[in-house]
Design a binder for this molecule. Structure first.
Ligand code: AMP
Length: 291
């Protein structure tokens, strides 16, 4: 497995794979790899025959005061993990200087999205999705993939990236993989390791809240107020949890709704702080058409 840290070398390597007729699949990550990432990579291996994993902690998607400085970085272990898994053909692990040649602060060209970043996480993380879209575009330019795999855990990110690819006609297939969870339901995340034992015990309320909303929808509840109340009720059972949002939005437009339409696809999503640690969870749900 190759480890490549230069954009130009990555581009040459990707071009070679494409010339050989390979279907190139990219899995972008920020490293500190866990089972969630490995599921994405496994899926990428089924989707194509040349898998690239990028590992890059992107400074421009962290808002001031967020955990950029402290975000776990363990490239050596990650490379070992990827070798042991045996799916990735190459790891692209550039430096910040390589990705932002003028410096992250001096970047002048940005990709932004209108509307889709106004709700859910976008509302509370100014500039986050601008940073994500810009770096994903840079990663696409470096790795030249036919397809890219993202986790549905970051549902808003998935919807926004898919929209970027549609609007810009990039011709890259965007594939979403369901959230990988701990035994009790907590979504796997590199940030889970920040949790104290007590917080970790209570963090199960995120998945329970989302599940409560899903169950209510499948039972026929159409009033969003009642769904939000059900989610908040579950979240309130964790005394250490401070709720940032609990929302139900349209799955494509990401706009809040008041009443669900039969047949509509919606996204139920929560974000919760345990101390400094921010956790999210969500579920795409199809409202039964025959209500
Ligand atoms: P990150 O390293 O946190 O930026 O995540 C890299 C990719 O892995 C993103 O597409 C995430 O949505 C995805 N991912 C992170 N955690 C999970 C999980 N528990 N299940 C599925 N995908 C995940």
């Amino acid at each position: 497995m190759l480890v490549i840290d230069e954009v130009s070398a990555m581009q040459r390597h990707a071009e070679e794979a494409r010339r050989e007729g390979r279907r190139v699949v990219l899995v972008p990550t920020m490293g500190a790899l866990h089972e969630g990432h490995l599921a994405l990579i496994e899926h990428a291996g089924e989707e194509g025959d040349r898998v690239f994993v990028s590992i890059f902690v992107n400074p421009t998607q962290f808002a001031p005061g967020e955990d950029y400085e402290h975000y776990p970085r363990r490239l050596v272990e990650d490379v070992e993990t990827l070798k042991a898994q045996g799916v990735a053909g190459a790891v692209f692990a550039p430096t910040v200087e390589e990705m932002y040649p003028a410096g992250a602060e001096e970047q002048r060209v940005w990709l932004t999205v209108e509307g889709l970043d106004e709700h859910l996480c976008g509302r509370y993380r100014p500039g986050h999705f601008r940073g994500v879209l810009t770096v994903v575009m840079k990663l696409f330019a470096a790795c030249r993939p036919h397809a890219a795999v993202f986790g549905l855990k970051d549902a808003q990110q998935f919807v926004i990236i898919r929209r970027m690819v549609e609007d810009l006609r990039l011709g890259i297939d965007i594939i979403g993989v369901p959230t990988v969870r701990e035994a009790d339901g907590l979504a796997r995340s590199s940030r889970n390791k920040y949790l104290s034992k007590e917080e970790r015990g209570q963090a199960v309320v995120l998945s329970e809240a989302v599940e409560a909303a899903r169950t209510r929808i499948l039972e026929g509840e159409l009033q969003v107020e009642a769904l939000i109340e059900a989610m908040r009720q579950r979240l309130s059972q964790a005394p250490l949890a401070e709720v940032q949002y609990a929302e139900v939005v349209d799955a494509r437009r990401l706009e809040p709704i008041e009443k669900l339409e039969p047949g509509q696809e919606v996204l139920c999503a929560v974000a919760v702080f345990f101390g400094e640690t921010r956790l999210i969870d969500n579920a795409f749900v199809h409202v039964p058409a025959d209500l």
